[in-house]
Write a protein that binds this ligand. Structure first.
Ligand code: NAD
Length: 290
């Protein structure tokens, strides 16, 4: 396929490189200066999109996505496909799908999980929203960039799945960290705490696969001084998106709201910026009840 790839950052760069390595003709664009093996770099987003069968975007937020979509849709031919893999608000995903439909272009929103390591290794998970025909068109590309794809439903369903998952993750990481801090104060050994919880009803991905306590459980960012991994500010971004969606949908999400509040405090008023989101554990460790 001829592929235009807009947004060649930490995630988009390696994803585009994997598509090129698999034999696709990839033309990239980024507002920053980027050089990538196997890619032609265009001078504008529209130039990267011209002649493309599929244009992929991997951008920081919904406002930037909407602006870029306006530019690339004007350059794309009817019948081609716009695939957005960024994590953005559900409303922006649906707005871009509507804009595209008006000019005969099909869209898929497919945010990812798996982080920078998954992007480099081609092992991302994609959660996709959009019509079946559009999904089938881009499925072979998911198979190169990732190892698992779920077609979640219509436009916006991919973003909805992503923010619901990450709302659970934020809440469960906080619960795991505050429970470790309580266990410490009760004199319980952290390894014993892990041995019990990881095989009892308190188990979770946060405890079992990404344990926030250094030296306990499988290797995780906690063992590397909480170097991300998944940065606290990215978790905050996703929690904000989930609360924005909950507001719009009139959904009662008190735990998600509290998780957003705690990560806001951690990132903006404490020392969480630039740390892994599991660094909530030393935060709780150093606090009392007041
Ligand atoms: P990043 O900041 O490294 O990359 C974004 C890129 O977009 C940058 O290179 C930037 O220069 C470029 N850009 C910004 N505005 C642009 C424009 N108008 N036109 C063209 N390029 C533009 O971010 P990232 O870590 O690659 O994340 C990208 C998306 O993936 C985000 O939505 C993020 O939430 C999501 N995501 C990231 C991770 C992760 O672990 N980093 C995991 C899952 C999802």
């Amino acid at each position: 396929m001829n592929i235009g790839f807009i947004g060649l950052g930490n995630m988009g760069g390696p994803m585009a490189a994997n598509l090129a390595a698999a034999g696709h003709k990839v033309t990239g664009f980024d507002t920053a200066t980027v050089e990538l093996e196997g890619l032609a770099i265009a001078g504008t987003a529209a130039a990267a999109a011209t002649g493309a069968d599929v244009v992929i975007t991997m951008l920081p937020n919904g406002a930037i996505l909407r602006a870029v979509a306006e530019q690339v849709l004007a350059a794309m031919a009817p019948g081609t496909t716009l695939l957005d893999c960024s994590t953005v608000d559900v409303d922006s995903a649906r707005a871009v799908a509507d804009m595209a439909a008006q000019v005969g272009i099909q869209t898929v929103d497919a945010p990812v999980s798996g982080g920078i390591g998954g992007a480099a290794a081609g092992t991302l998970t994609f959660m996709a929203g959009g019509p079946t025909q559009a999904f089938e068109t881009v499925k072979p590309l998911f198979d190169i960039m990732g190892q698992k794809t779920v077609h979640c439903g219509d436009a916006g369903a991919g973003q909805a799945a992503k923010i619901c998952n990450n709302m659970i993750l934020g809440v469960s990481m906080i619960a795991t960290c505050e429970a470790f801090a309580l266990a410490d104060k009760l004199g319980l050994d952290r390894q014993k705490m892990f041995d019990v919880v990881s095989t009892s009803s308190g188990y979770s991905w946060s405890m079992n696969a990404y344990c926030p306590a250094p030296g306990v459980g499988p290797t995780s960012p906690a063992d590397n001084n909480y170097t991300p991994g998944f940065a606290a500010e990215l978790m905050l971004k996703d929690l904000r998106l989930s609360q924005q969606a909950a507001d719009g949908a009139d959904a009662d999400t008190p735990m998600g709201a509290l998780a957003q509040q705690l990560y806001t405090q951690f990132v903006e008023a404490e020392d969480g910026l630039g740390k892994d989101f599991s660094a909530m554990l030393p935060r709780f460790e150093n606090r009392g009840r007041d």
